[in-house]
Design a protein around this ligand. Structure first.
Ligand SMILES: [Zn+2]
Length: 134
């Protein structure tokens, strides 16, 4: 917490001609200001993360097989149900020979009624990952 009385102390010290003491108090105020600015940046980042989580939770739709994210009038996805349920991350499915395949877990999603599990293997470098907590 910034100590506002220090501003008055600095002014009093300057008025008294005690410049070195005033500089010392100013340096203390500067350090406190920097610490507050850093804390503010961290809190802003946390707030943005929570807003993102809230947005996703309000706009995520499950169609029985895959998740879809509504952004305005645009429906984004599909995203892997297994990765979302297990790890809380949205992995965009990619077109495969047998249906829509998750590049992360290998799950193949054919339709809402017919979902086939493929062998588990990690594939990196493809698919979009949207991390968020649940
Ligand atoms: Zn997956």
């Amino acid at each position: 917490m910034l100590d506002y009385y220090l501003y008055k102390n600095v002014l009093d010290l300057f008025k008294q001609g005690r410049l070195e003491d005033a500089k010392s108090v100013l340096m203390e105020l500067q350090a406190k200001h920097i610490a507050l600015a850093d804390e503010n940046s961290i809190l802003k980042a946390q707030l943005q993360e929570y807003e993102d989580i809230l947005y996703i939770s309000k706009n995520l739709i499950f169609d029985g097989s895959c998740y879809w994210l509504m952004t305005g009038s645009i429906k984004q996805g599909p995203f892997c149900e297994k990765c979302y349920s297990g790890a809380g991350i949205l992995i965009r499915l990619i077109d495969g020979k047998r249906g829509m395949r998750c590049p992360m877990c290998g799950e193949v999603h054919r339709s809402a009624e017919e979902t086939v599990a493929a062998p588990r293997r990690a594939v990196s470098g493809s698919g979009k990952i949207l991390p968020f907590a649940r």
